[in-house]
Design a binder for this molecule. Structure first.
Ligand code: PMP
Length: 376
């Protein structure tokens, strides 16, 4: 059966990216590999819109989050953490694992932190130098106004860290222009690769802290990555670097502004489609990574995702954490086109109908098509 991945990671991987990895694995300290590594990391800066160096870890996205925490904060110090979903919770858990004193901006899941809330926490805690945010909170389908938040932190001694594991390429990000200090990302989302690589990039302001930070760390100690750059302090994921090279090439060919715009339109079409089916969005500030939809009364998230996957070959995501039964999430992330989205919505219509929810076939699809036509 043909499968469609419409979950917020791992996302579909283009054949050209897969094939780029299907090459002989060469030794990582050879000039041949170092040349590829240097060129690829250099070009990766485009994805973040930064002139800062990008470092690649052999890990999932959470590894890059742990790197951000351990390189920037010390046990016993304060850090401001926005928690409005599962991945905000993860920042908090990592901080707590290292004995960091978490100043939590605790929001309802589905809400987006405001610049005013950040400003207030900064005023109340002048000794909290680092602020951890989640640009796209995947668990609730919410995007925050990162640019406005960076406006508040940029000319201060505070360091703004943002989790772009799902947001990168789906939500506009101009790291340098906006003044964001630290960005972490993963390979298996907007970058259109399999899971296995994570990324971090840091401003000069952030590096000043990293250099002397005392928090215990080893594998993720950024000083080793900087000293050895572009060589990796340990064995890099050689074949994944080939793949990264190819995916950057494809993203450059499309143009990052067009990639952002494609995601915006896919998000808009999906939101309009589910609304046309009489469904409700979960998020107060929906983003373009995935659309979180409230499960209609009488239905179950698990049954919807299972039927869609087993019968129609469309993988969407259920909810996570404390809202796992409240929502389901249709992603529009990475290597996704309007026809993938239309397929997912038609599968949703079949599924909801079969589960007893009243559906007029084509209403969601029509709303999506009209959005594509209008935004085109
Ligand atoms: N942050 C966000 C916003 C995510 O969406 C994810 C993955 N869903 C992670 C962090 C964790 O990434 P990983 O599973 O690759 O460790």
């Amino acid at each position: 059966k043909k499968h469609y991945i419409m979950a917020p990671g791992p996302t579909p991987v283009p054949v050209d990216v897969l094939l780029a990895g299907a090459k002989e694995t060469i030794h990582h300290r050879t000039p041949q590999f170092l040349e590829i590594m240097e060129k690829t990391l250099d070009e990766a800066r485009y994805l973040f819109q930064t002139s800062n160096r990008v470092y690649a870890f052999v890990s999932s996205g959470t590894g890059a989050m742990e790197a951000a925490v351990t390189n920037l904060v010390n046990p016993g110090e304060k850090a401001i953490v926005v928690v409005a979903g599962k991945f905000g919770e993860r920042w908090k858990e990592i901080c707590e694992a290292y004995g960091i004193n978490v100043v939590e901006i605790a929001l309802e899941w589905g809400e987006a932190v405001t610049p005013e809330q950040i400003e207030k926490a900064m005023k109340e805690h002048p000794d909290a130098k680092v602020i951890f945010t989640t640009h796209s909170e995947t668990s609730t389908g919410t995007v925050i106004d990162l640019q406005a938040i960076a406006q508040i932190t940029r000319n201060t001694d505070r360091v703004l860290v943002t989790d772009e594991v799902s947001g990168l390429l789906a939500e506009p990000l101009k790291m340098d222009e906006w003044g964001v200090d630290v960005v972490v990302a993963g390979s298996q989302k907007g970058i259109m690769m399999p899971p296995g690589l994570a990324f971090i990039t840091l401003s000069k302001k952030a590096w000043e802290i990293v250099k002397n930070n005392k928090c215990p760390r080893y594998y993720f100690d950024l000083r080793y990555y900087e000293e050895n750059y572009p060589d990796n302090p340990w064995t890099p994921a050689v074949n994944m670097i080939y793949m990264l090279n190819q995916s950057i090439k494809m993203i450059k060919e499309e143009g990052i502004e067009n990639v952002w715009e494609r995601h915006r339109i896919l998000g808009e079409a999906t939101r309009n489609a589910v609304k046309a089916l009489g469904l409700e969005l979960f998020s107060k500030r929906p983003g373009n990574v995935c659309t979180a939809v409230k499960v209609p009364a009488g239905l179950e998230s698990k049954k919807i995702t299972k039927l869609m996957r087993d019968k129609y070959g469309v993988t969407i995501a259920g909810g996570q954490g404390k809202i796992s039964n409240t929502i389901f999430r249709i992603a529009h992330l990475g290597y996704v086109s309007l026809f993938d989205t239309i397929s997912a919505i038609s599968a949703l219509e079949f599924t909801l109908h079969e589960l007893g929810y009243p559906v007029k076939f084509g209403e969601g699809v029509r709303a999506a098509m009209e959005t594509f036509h209008k935004e085109g």
